[in-house]
Write a protein that binds this ligand. Structure first.
Ligand SMILES: Nc1ncnc2c1ncn2[C@@H]1O[C@H](COP(=O)(O)OP(=O)(O)O)[C@@H](O)[C@H]1O
Ligand SMILES: [Mg+2]
Length: 357
């Protein structure tokens, strides 16, 4: 534990060779905020850090707080009037402001805003996504430690009734001071925050590669969905590959509800049987078979030598093609829809043919 009370990653010698924020964004001349613009008389906008389909994140300085660096996330103009986007932003801020933990991205409250945006501390460092693109797999010890710190953050979230629901390498930051931050509460569910509308939810269900089977089945899920999400991230750190990866996201989703991932030690024979046991325990399809809490998961990650190897790897079941409205609703629903449409077209053609006679 460091003097400020934060647990830290060890030196991670390999990290020194990876540049921070490598992907400079193309200058953008749309109707976005320009560098130098002062937002609401307080935030002096700098360069863009990231641009996704919905929003741009800028580095900025907070003039009310000694020009401290902050990150300002602003939805694209085209989304500002969209009620779903607006409620997603409001929820993200509501959830973020209710959290306070050294490993959770810190939100900065802003009283009066002239447009929707949210402000957080600015982080110097690397997303795990970026690190994994530079080096995979990661050394086992580092991967277990990173997952253990994420468990600390998850414990804090879960104690406050928040489920992250979108844990993935792009939403985990490894900071320069060797601490971590869990971020992006865009689709988090919270017992306290307002309920998101169904139409808002369906558009933002999560990321197919990291979704839990219950999320694939369109169920709400609970903290054990985050255990699964972190399990997929750990699997990727340990093996260099995402479990169930396939170019078609439907296949990816179908595989995870009908079968188990390839045993990690098949992909990385250097892994210890204990690390394999831990990751396969987190990736059990039934939530009741996984670690039940982030604390339980963390205990295993912190003391792998004490983990009893029960041989999850010998009980793995290969994914199969199964069509069921309950288990594979997206696939089954789409195929049913396509089938129904085809029948209608056939019926129409037949009718036209008969009438023409
Ligand atoms: N506070 C921050 N400090 C530094 N970089 C950040 C910060 N917030 C986000 N980023 C960068 O922007 C990316 C996208 O941020 P995120 O909050 O996950 O938004 P999105 O909803 O677009 O996924 C992150 O992967 C990270 O590279
Ligand atoms: Mg994100």
């Amino acid at each position: 534990m460091a003097p400020d009370g934060k647990a830290r990653l060890d030196e991670l010698a390999w990290l020194r060779d990876v540049p921070e924020h490598p992907d400079a964004l193309e200058p953008y001349f749309g109707p976005e905020l320009r560098p130098g613009f002062v937002l609401d008389g307080r935030f002096v906008i700098g360069g863009p850090i990231s641009r996704s389909g919905m929003a741009t994140i800028y580095q900025a300085q907070d003039a009310l707080d000694h020009h401290r660096l902050v990150a300002v996330k602003v939805p694209h103009l085209s989304y500002e009037a969209d009620p779903n986007c607006f409620s997603r932003f409001q929820r993200e801020e509501e959830v973020g402001l209710g959290l306070n933990h050294p490993f959770v991205l810190k939100f900065i409250p802003v009283e009066k805003k002239s447009r929707p945006y949210l402000v957080t501390e600015y982080l110097h460092g690397w997303t795990l996504l970026h690190l994994l693109s530079a080096m995979h797999p990661l050394p086992e010890q580092d991967a277990l430690k990173i997952a253990s710190l994420v468990c600390d953050a998850l414990q804090h979230l879960h104690q406050r009734g928040v489920i992250h629901r979108d844990l993935k390498p792009g939403n985990i930051m490894i900071c320069r001071d060797r601490t971590i931050r869990v971020m992006d509460f865009g689709i988090a569910s919270s017992a306290a925050a307002r309920k998101i509308t169904i139409s808002g939810l369906t558009a933002t269900l999560g990321t197919p590669e990291y979704m839990s089977p219950e999320q694939v089945k369109n169920e709400r899920g609970d903290e054990r969905s985050d255990i699964y999400g972190l399990g997929t991230v750990l699997y990727e750190m340990l093996t260099g590959a995402v479990p169930f990866q396939h170019e078609n996201c439907w296949v990816t989703m179908n595989r995870r509800v009908t079968g188990d991932p390839v045993a990690p030690r098949t992909l990385n024979p250097q892994l210890s049987p204990q690390a394999e046991e831990i990751v396969l325990h987190a990736l059990q399809r039934a939530p009741a078979d996984r670690f039940q809490t982030a604390a339980e998961f963390k205990n295993a990650l912190d003391a792998p030598d004490r983990v009893r190897v029960t041989g999850y790897c010998d009980r793995l079941q290969a994914p199969c093609w199964r069509l069921s409205l309950r288990e594979t609703p997206v696939l089954a629903g789409t195929l049913l829809g396509v089938g129904f449409l085809a029948l209608q077209v056939l019926g129409f053609l037949l009718l036209r043919h008969l009438l023409a006679k």
